[in-house]
Write a protein that binds this ligand. Structure first.
Ligand code: BGC
Length: 873
């Protein structure tokens, strides 16, 4: 793609046209520019599903397991295929740019977006993220590595000044982004925060490291609202300010160029990058050349040194034809039935095939933390099974915040177990005490539209006099981006409910401004919710809700009407929620215990709630909300075959973990939650997950801080994060990084380091292991390095490589774990470069950072300098 071509296109645009391209045209689109044949690019979150270019409850999406679960698979092929599922849905919804993957680390277990990030280890984050990038981009959809960089917690996330030393930054927090760039990622998103005194959208790292050392040729897009200055951000290597149309750039940037505060060349460089991205996405007509589909990834310069085994798949310069049967050809065709309401999205051709993959992914990511042999359950030995806990019925499939999507109907674990075990095993259910979750948005299962009675709600826009300006049927009470017509004064959501359970119902309205609620003709709430934050994840996605309780009889229709007066700066979100009456907690607990005692085994589902794990805030405790710990303990006390299933995105404390027969971590499993978990519980699939992050009690965790002095957050632990910190503190976590059991046993026998042929080609570790159990299984072999005698500070040990093996019972297999030189590297601050120190490295092999039965060593004869892009062989 000749440089002359970009110059020709740039020559067709005047300064104002160019600058216009650098801000979003809408919240989710870039501008078009007919003068160069450029169409708008549509962007969408996110890591677990593709919402599309609006928050619209009629557009449902496939939901993948949360990123923490994806990383727990340690399986790049699977993650790449999951990336392909995202890309297919993106294309079906006309989305060009996917705002994923999230490459920040699990630095503290309290991080609010823990579920949306992969791991505490930079190698696992980098490899998982690169796999997702390849999967997404192989189908002509652009991926976005976010949030650059060192953005590990949510407290004061718009302003916090994160302080990290240069070496830690390079080795831990930049490394996954470097991997993404190497995999050809098309965009990189700068975070809201400040790093070492400079806000990310103005940071010199963008020019010096990202575009300099790494040779990134893609587009640097801001997080939503993160560009705050005209000149400083434009002078930095920030290319695109989102969302639009109002950003600090626009006319002010035109003036800044006219007054020579920003050079025209700086603007040209940003536009060139945007045009190049558009060309790669097939969004630029009238080019004088045919886009090259076969060459090296256009987003990355050819590396000086190529990493061994790297398989970066370039983003195609043009979109392949839409797969037959997807909604891409005919938007709106992707209708599925949900409570009788037609809804768009989720390419129907893909749902069934993707469903199989997503179901497999649940098992592949589920981590069996403990098991005395009770799992897998053997239906032949069970006349009855007690399923317990609200999460068994109302499973959380995804975490909260910008990553959220509207889902297809989900089969709950309770329903899936009932289906799988009928007719041989009786499955009883007891929810146990309430978890403290706030009422959920109403939907077609509970509510009907007062006009016409279709499942769902009626959404109306009213003028100041209360006259209707427009009305439409919607499937849920969660209205985040309703159409605001001129003269609109009030958003109204109404629904008819016929309570099946009499008693005290709780209703809520979420949003900012004046909120009111009428139930059965009575005004039960009329309050003002002042706006207390600028965080978009709160204002536009999860605004606070105000609730009222009303005692209702059963079997009679009740009209519920929520209203929110529209005032400037109060956002667009309005949500109507409801929760049925629940029995008193003590009785619910007693019922659960009785059900468990009477059954042959019990499976207790416990987990976090929207309030305890979501974007926009950090957690303050790792305790399970409500009385769930008490529930598990009480059940385990009466039922020796008690299995606990954890439904959460990040670590929770398990004070009862030694009192139950088995603990299965199912994460936020995505839409195949029920069937996927059931596969594991009943042994149709082996739990393949291994912890991507160390789990332990908050009081023992060495790194927990999410705030620091005077608006800063110093990463004082340096390189020692996660298992590295636990090792350094000589503390024993509940479960080490890498831990996870399968359904068979393995004996790790020998480990041997083999030098690869060719100078600088690195090494391989050959590990022989034997399946000593009774069924075929799959095992993850982990290799760590340590350096006792070096001059350079290193972690106690660090993950250097991993590989899977599979074997039948009694079979012996050899895992080959590549150890590129890069696995040995450290950043030398003095020399401002990557070095591999000479000397002896201990090579530790085993099942987790805390269970490494084999040890050998590797010798580097003399110090090696790696290229500044770090791509050591
Ligand atoms: C989040 C991003 C997200 C963006 C758009 C921001 O608040 O931090 O991850 O992509 O919103 O939804």
């Amino acid at each position: 793609m000749g440089e002359a071509e970009w110059e020709r296109l740039l020559g067709k645009l005047d300064l104002r046209q160019k600058v216009r391209l650098l801000s979003g045209a809408t919240v989710w689109h870039t501008p078009d520019e007919p003068a160069v044949g450029l169409r708008a690019l549509a962007m969408s979150d996110g890591p677990v599903g593709v919402r599309g270019d609006s928050w619209d409850d009629r557009r449902v999406s496939l939901v993948l397991p949360s990123p923490s679960a994806m990383a727990a698979t340690w399986d790049e092929d699977l993650v790449e295929r999951l990336g392909g599922v995202l890309a297919e849905e993106a294309r079906a919804k006309g989305v060009d740019v996917l705002l994923a993957p999230t490459l920040n680390l699990h630095r503290t277990p309290l991080g609010g977006r823990h579920f949306e990030c992969y791991s505490e280890d930079p190698l696992l984050v980098g490899r998982t993220g690169a796999a997702l990038v390849r999967g997404v981009q192989s189908q002509g959809v652009a991926a976005t590595a976010k949030h650059f960089a060192a953005n590990e917690s949510e407290t004061d996330r718009l302003t916090v000044d994160v302080r990290v030393d240069e070496r830690t930054l390079r080795e831990l927090y930049l490394a996954p982004f470097e991997d993404a760039v190497e995999a050809g990622v098309a965009l990189l998103m700068t975070g809201y925060h400040t790093l070492n005194g400079t806000t990310m959208t103005e940071h010199p790292l963008l020019a010096e490291v990202v575009k300099g050392d790494w040779g990134f040729e893609g587009v640097v897009v801001s997080d939503w609202g993160a560009v705050r200055t005209t000149v400083a951000a434009a002078l930095a290597a920030q290319d695109l300010a989102m969302p639009g149309p109002d950003t600090p750039w626009g006319e002010e940037l035109v003036r800044a160029v006219e007054s020579a505060l920003v050079t025209p060349e700086a603007i040209d460089e940003k536009v060139r990058r945007l045009l190049r991205l558009a060309a790669r996405l097939g969004a630029l007509d009238g080019l004088d050349f045919v886009p090259d589909l076969t060459g090296a990834a256009p987003g990355v310069r050819e590396p000086a040194v190529t990493a061994a085994g790297t398989t970066g798949v370039p983003l195609a310069a043009g979109l392949p034809p839409a797969p037959a049967g997807t909604a891409a050809a005919a938007p709106g065709n992707g209708e599925v039935r949900n409570g009788g309401t037609p809804r768009q999205g989720a390419a129907p051709g893909g749902v069934a095939t993707a469903g199989v993959l997503l179901r497999r992914a649940v098992a592949a990511g589920s981590v069996l933390l403990a098991n005395d042999g009770t799992l897998p359950l053997r239906p032949a030995t069970l006349d009855s099974l007690a399923v317990i806990g609200t999460h068994a019925r109302d499973v959380r499939v995804q975490g909260g915040g910008s990553a959220e999507v509207f889902t297809l109907p989900v089969i709950s674990p309770l329903e899936a177990l009932q289906r799988a075990l009928a007719p041989t095993t009786r499955v009883g259910y007891a929810p146990g005490p309430a978890t403290g979750a706030l009422p959920a948005p109403v939907d077609g299962r509970l509510a009907r539209d007062p006009r016409g009675g279709a499942p769902g709600v009626l959404l109306r826009m009213l003028d100041e006099a209360g006259e209707e300006l427009y009305a439409e049927h919607r499937p849920t009470g969660r209205q985040l981006e309703p159409r605001l017509v001129p003269g609109a004064d009030t958003v109204e959501i109404s629904a008819v409910l016929r309570p099946g359970t009499p008693g005290r119902w709780t209703f809520g309205v979420a949003g900012y401004g004046r909120l009111s609620l009428q139930v059965d003709g009575h005004l039960v709430m009329d309050e003002i919710q002042p706006r207390e934050t600028d965080d978009p994840a709160v204002v536009h996605v999860r605004p606070p809700q105000r609730c009222a309780t009303v005692t209702l009889p059963a079997g009679r229709d009740v009209l519920v009407v929520a209203r929110r007066r529209l005032v400037p700066d109060a956002g667009r979100a309005t949500v109507l929620t409801a929760a049925p009456p629940a029995p008193p907690d003590d009785r619910a607990l007693a019922d659960a215990v009785a059900a468990a005692a009477a059954a042959d085994a019990a499976v207790v589902f416990v987990g976090t709630t929207e309030e305890s794990e979501s974007e926009g805030r950090d957690r303050t405790t790792l305790r399970l909300p409500g009385r769930q710990d008490e529930l598990v303990r009480a059940v385990a006390a009466v039922q020796p075959r008690t299995v606990a299933v954890l439904n959460c995105g990040g670590p929770v404390e398990l004070p009862w973990r030694e009192e139950v027969a088995a603990v299965l971590l199912a994460w936020f499993p995505g839409q195949e939650a029920g069937p996927g978990i059931t596969d594991v519980l009943l042994g149709a699939a082996e739990p393949g997950g291994r912890l991507p992050t160390t789990w332990g009690a908050l009081a023992d965790a060495p790194v927990t801080a999410t705030t620091g002095p005077a608006g800063t957050l110093p990463y004082t632990e340096g390189l020692h994060v996660g298992y590295r910190a636990w090792l350094r503190a000589r503390a024993e976590p509940a479960y080490w990084f890498g831990h996870g059991l399968g359904y068979t046993e393995w004996d790790h026998r020998t480990a041997r380091v083999v030098r690869r042929a060719g100078e600088g080609a690195g090494h391989e570790v050959h590990v022989e292991l034997r399946n000593t159990g009774t069924r075929r299984g799959r095992e993850l072999v982990q290799v760590y390095l340590s350096r006792a005698d070096g001059q350079v500070e290193r972690p106690v040990r660090w993950l250097a490589g991993y590989a899977h093996v599979e074997a039948e019972p009694d079979a012996t297999v050899t895992a080959v774990v590549p150890l590129p030189l890069r696995a040995l590297r450290h950043w030398s601050t003095a020399e401002r470069g990557w070095r591999v120190a000479a000397g002896r490295y201990r090579v530790l092999v085993g099942r987790s950072a805390g269970d490494l039965p084999l040890c050998t060593e590797l010798v580097v004869d003399e110090e090696i300098a790696l290229p500044s892009n770090g791509r050591g062989r």
